[in-house]
Design a protein around this ligand. Structure first.
Ligand code: AKB
Length: 305
């Protein structure tokens, strides 16, 4: 975003001190549950848009449901209130987690049954409805995407059910082997991070009048199970070994989610198109993870010499 909109025009914020974000441009240390600080910070920087990403993800949320409700819902309402106060454009991601076992599993429609069984899913459905409410009641330009599992070399797994995919790539490079907590044959939608970032920008730039399903759009790049990742990895690391040790909490969550989403509305209303399929994602992920490991090792050597 800084490359597109200018370094000083994108204010990064996180509850943790992020050295890299601070070195690359304006950075604020911010807890989303602190509504007053959020409001003061937005005003000080005179922002015109909020991209509200802070959340506790699905598997982690099951270990701390009340905290997840607090961070996911209080954080969201605080950000929406600032958007209302300052009349800002607003984005927050929903997820495949907003669906549940009674949702059609294949070609999951844009508008369908949403009865999730996880705290995270309940938070995401509530968020979709709240964003609609702020749009209909106050005219705030809220927009959202139901993200599939996102695959990134820049962030290590952080409490999501789909995070096993990222973990598998790291283990493939480091150990040439992985033990999956998700069972063979369990499919879910996935997407490489560059496509997810492009999708946010494309949706935020889209003509507001065309957004019928603004909160929130189904999008996906590929629908895969653990063995599909292994097969793709073996093209580059033939000796890669995949075993299974199922984590029942994550497995139950994964089974309650769709196998593949229908993304027609996103394509028709704002031109969504993913560039990375599984093979392209795998090729890039393995290369970037390898580079990350080389950099980390030379950093460690530098520290110890
Ligand atoms: C998770 O697994 O919790 C997230 C998601 C699919 O929303 N990555």
């Amino acid at each position: 975003m800084r490359k597109i909109y200018g370094i000083s025009n994108v204010i990064a914020a996180d509850i943790r001190e992020l050295k890299e974000a601070r070195e690359n441009g304006p950075f604020e240390r911010l807890d989303v549950t602190d509504g007053m600080k959020l409001s003061v910070t937005a005003k000080r920087h005179n922002v015109d848009t909020i991209i509200h990403l802070a959340a506790i993800l699905s598997a982690k949320a099951e270990t701390m449901p009340l905290k997840a409700w607090h961070v996911n819902m209080v954080g969201l309402i605080n950000a929406l209130e600032v958007a209302k106060e300052m009349n800002l454009q607003f984005f927050t991601p929903s997820s495949i987690g907003a669906f549940g076992p009674s949702t059609p599993k294949e070609d999951t429609p844009q508008v369908t049954v949403q009865r999730p069984i996880t705290m995270y899913g309940i938070n995401k459905v509530t968020a979709e409805l709240l964003c609609d409410y702020y749009f209909n009641r106050y005219g705030i330009d809220t927009r959202g995407i139901r993200f599939p599992g996102l695959i990134s070399h820049a962030t290590t797994p952080g409490g999501g059910t789909s995070d096993y995919a990222v973990d598998m790539y790291y283990h493939a490079v480091i150990k040439k082997a992985y033990i999956s907590c998700i069972a063979e044959g369990t499919r879910m939608d996935m997407m490489y991070m560059p496509d997810a970032l492009d999708a946010i920008i494309q949706l935020m730039e889209a003509d507001s009048k065309k957004l019928v399903n603004r909160n929130s759009y189904n999008i996906s790049a590929f629908s895969v199970a653990p063995e599909d990742f292994a097969k793709a990895i073996r093209k580059y690391i033939p000796e890669f070994k995949l075993d299974y040790q199922i984590d029942l909490v994550r497995q139950n969550i994964a089974e309650s989610w769709p196998d593949s989403l229908d993304c027609t509305a996103a394509k028709e209303e704002w031109g969504f198109q993913a560039k990375y399929d599984l093979d392209k994602t795998t090729e890039d992920m393995l290369r970037k993870v390898e580079e990350n490991m080389v950099n980390k090792n030379s950093e460690m050597k530098g520290k110890s010499s």
